[in-house]
Design a protein around this ligand. Sequence first.
Ligand code: GAL
Length: 682
Amino acid sequence: MSSTFISHAADHPAPTAFPWIADGLALGGDYSPEQWPDEVWAEDVALMREAGVNSVNLGVFSWGLLEVANGEFDWGWLDRAMDLLHGAGIGVNLATPTAAPPMWLLQAHPEIATVDADGRRTGPGGRLSWSPSSATFRRYALRMVRALAERYAEHPALRMWHVSNEVGNENGWTYDDETVAAWRVWLEEHYGDVAALNAAWGSAFWGHHYTAFSQVGGPRHSRTSHNPGMLLDFERFTSQALLGHVIAEREVLREVTPNVPITTNFMVQHSPGVDDYRHWTGEVDLVANDHYTMGPDPRRASELIFSAARTRGLAEGRPWLLIEHSTGAVNWQGVNRAKGPGELRLDSLSHVAGGADGTLFFQWRASTAGAEQFHSAIVPHAGADSTIFRDVTALGADLRSLAPIRGSRVEAAQVALVFDHESSAAWRSGPKPTTLFRDIDLPVRLVEALSERGVAVDVVPAQADLRGYRAVLVPTVYLAQDGLAESLRTAAEAGASVLVSYLSGIVDPSNRVIPGGYPGAFRELLGVRVDEFFPLFEHERVRLDDGAEADLWTERVALDGAEARIRLDSGDLAGTPALTRHAVGAGAAWYLATRPERAGLERILDELLAEAGVAPVAPADRGLVLARRRHEGSASYLFAVNRTEQPLGLQASGTDLLTGENVDGRVEVPARGIRVIQESAR
Ligand code: GAL
């Protein structure tokens, strides 16, 4: 990727082995001592030690309290906080405070603020209200970053830089004049000449023919939908503009403190988010992710497994850090439900099972004032005499027992699930055949069915090397990246069972429909041809001839080499194929043309897994979620997570790191419980 907005450091130092931020697995959270009087600080540090906190994110959002007026710095409180934490043996991930510009800057330069599609400029008082293309903002931000880096370069508490905060969250979309100017430059760099842009976007439609790049507006308010090719490119540009800001901060930090590792907190789960982290991971020393379960989502535990696997996929299998999650309720979900009994522990350790080398929370102490006054924390409003504080303290003990697993990698799975950020971006660009579709819906359903069977899954980008997987799932991968069809074919020819679902391979990377019948990109591989979509209305269902029901989606499939395994048995399309199989080399390419309900989907998956010879991580009762982490060439650790209300068993032999118990044979995992077994040599 190259662009005016991104300057690459030629000699980006090799990442140090992670984790360097704590002696064992990391535990802690965002710490905001600036919100509290001094006497609370002393209690904070005493409680941190009691809970086993060894790592905090400090200074996030504190620009206005550090640079109190233009060029005037007050380091007093941060000096004291750094010293205090160091004295208590707690490492600091020091945040550049640029996520929230100070009031004096917003007053002096209102033009740095984001502008929405309707032309409304964001007012002061929130956060991430700045445009990544604002030269003025960049200048002030980098001055702040440099001053901070110079001040704390040698401080012994400093373990890692935390660049800004969730860059792209509230400032993911902006349509200000500087952004539009930067976007035109990006387009020119990308397309070279305007004819290429016209061709890619299909701008003959509605006569949107451009004769100069200066005619391209940002996708500002329009009474109709904008061109899908333009919308997708605007997302690509925006992700790069945001990354450009992260890199600009990183370069200053790198220059002042060449040996201090750098991260920024991703929002991998934030699927309508604009950040395409595939391009970001190579720019940080550590992949760090924020994850929040959605209270009303009955599949939230599976969504967590999916997000953790996706983060690991982005990190190319290396350990990563869960840099934020919540101890209990958040404050932004409508009804903000507390976590149920044991959920804090199961969520935290499920991330560790997914490859995290630490779990930090937003935040240490619940704020009494400010926009997040009802967000949970490690120390809630009730204080340390509370369920949450006791749960975190118990988690601290668990993490100490699990210290040996630090640095180990999650064992490669036999099943890959392809998830592509640009597919999601392409789907949300303009009107589509249904509004009921959600990009992570089918992926999470599949991950749930796999994990209930104790089967591990790697969630990988569309560009990943798929050789070596026994089964490859391609659920609703709407945009076909160049090379994906070929790599699916290679996997199938080598013996893999490939399952492609509805709404996959429909558009090319320019966001144009691949003509000739759906799914254009995979038609030949699958041996099918679809001439018309028949999406279902909300609550509408169809019957399948294997007895299952399906909803959401149907389409008229014709066989073109494949055989039908299941057919629709009701509705306008009764008799047409719903599941097909096409023999390809030593393997097969399956096509699922509807969304079967749970039991139906599980039957299909069971057949596919059996054909592919996929085995669970260990022999276990249905419902136990399993993962294995391993130090190269030596010890392995088997995680068994039981989210059900009954005890479940698995076969294992070794030592349970959490209880110290030696086990051999059938091992029981209590209801809402977890075991982590250091396995006897396997
Ligand atoms: C994150 C953010 C934190 C806090 C948290 C609340 O998105 O990084 O600063 O706002 O959400 O859940």
